[in-house]
Design a protein around this ligand. Structure first.
Ligand SMILES: C[S@@+](CC[C@H](N)C(=O)[O-])C[C@H]1O[C@@H](n2cnc3c(N)ncnc32)[C@H](O)[C@@H]1O
Length: 325
């Protein structure tokens, strides 16, 4: 068997945010440090599995390696390419989407959501609150929300899984206790059964069976979805996709049999956006896959320099259904 090569993205250029802004409130700004070479992987290695043979992985030099010597390099930016070759996921965010998301999040517009996730995590009564534990963020993007959840669980380590290497470069620096790895969340996750205290899923694909498999029996799944009112003022003008009115029902269907909803809350508040913010909002979402960046920016500019909109999120906490035996 050949050894999978994972060094493809080891030394890419550094990206900059659209408008170069660095004026986000300090509490909502991700910690953009260069990760330690081994960093969180010392602790995470016990939870990840070799995607080729399923055996355990250990840190070896700047790589993760299984006993069969399948080797996955830790890129200079700190993330590990576990997903290799032709196994790329179709909906991975591209470079400009990640730049737009980074700039938008750093401007602090979703800080109430970031704060809510930290507050909810702290209220879950997890043993990990006293130290230790593991948080897996499925479709983590830049790791923005994972960082906030880790702050609420001192001593826990985090694993950001995403199919976008552009996002992973940022996720690997989002928090000193977070590692990042490329993965397609529709495939069985490259981690052990029952290794996670929290699975986080924010505006990202949901694989209910895998979320259940990787969660400890006392663990919690946190899911964030946009409600139908989210950005309703902007959808028509920007050509953003409508939120599926059956989204809630689909969410329940995906998770039923694996999870029971313990609680749910709606977080809704007004947004005051500049046209750069509106352009970033459009450019970070699915519209960016089928409308040119220039066109999205022109549509954003046509809305004026001060734009009012509604942020509206559903935040749900699920607990694993107990299995017999
Ligand atoms: C809307 S973004 C949300 C990112 C992050 N959770 C946040 O809220 O900032 C969706 C993320 O899911 C990732 N994604 C989409 N399809 C995926 C897949 N099949 N496997 C892994 N990641 C995927 C994208 O690359 C993107 O980073």
């Amino acid at each position: 068997m050949t050894e999978p090569s994972a060094a493809r993205d080891a030394y890419p250029h550094e990206e900059r945010a659209h408008d170069g802004r660095d004026d986000a409130p300090a509490h909502d700004r991700p910690a953009r440090r260069r990760p330690e070479p081994r960093g969180p992987w010392e602790k995470l290695a016990g939870t990840v599995r070799c995607p080729v043979c399923g055996d355990s992985l250990e840190v070896a030099e700047r790589a993760l390696r299984c006993p069969d010597r399948h080797t996955f390099d830790i890129a200079r930016q700190g993330y590990v390419s576990l997903l290799s070759g032709a196994k790329r996921a179709a909906n991975a965010d591209n470079a400009s989407m990640v730049l737009a998301r980074t700039a938008f999040l750093e401007a602090g517009h979703y800080a109430p959501l970031t704060g809510a996730l930290a507050r909810i995590t702290a209220s879950l009564g997890l043993p990990a609150q006293d130290g230790g534990g593991m948080v897996l963020d499925a479709g983590a993007g830049t790791g923005h929300y994972l960082a906030a959840v880790l702050e609420a669980l001192p001593g826990a380590v985090g694993l950001a899984l995403d199919a976008s290497t552009y996002a992973l470069r940022r996720a690997a620096r989002a928090h000193p206790r977070a590692g990042a790895a490329s993965w397609d969340v529709w495939r069985p996750f490259p981690v052990r059964d029952g290794c996670a205290d929290v699975v986080l899923n924010v505006f990202a694909p949901r694989n209910g069976a895998e979320f259940r498999r990787v969660l400890k029996s006392h663990g919690a799944l946190l899911v964030v979805t946009p409600t139908e009112r989210h950005l309703r003022e902007l959808r028509g003008a920007l050509g953003l996709l409508e939120v599926d009115p059956d989204k809630e029902e689909r969410l329940e269907r995906t998770l039923s049999g694996h999870f029971e909803r313990e609680r749910a809350e709606v977080l809704e508040y007004p947004l005051a956006l500049s046209s750069a913010d509106v352009a970033n909002l459009a450019a970070m979402g699915p519209a960016a896959r089928h409308v040119e960046q220039e066109e999205l920016r022109a549509r954003a500019a046509a809305l004026g320099t001060r734009v009012q909109a509604t942020a509206s999120f559903g935040i749900s906490v699920y607990r694993p259904v107990r299995t017999a035996g």
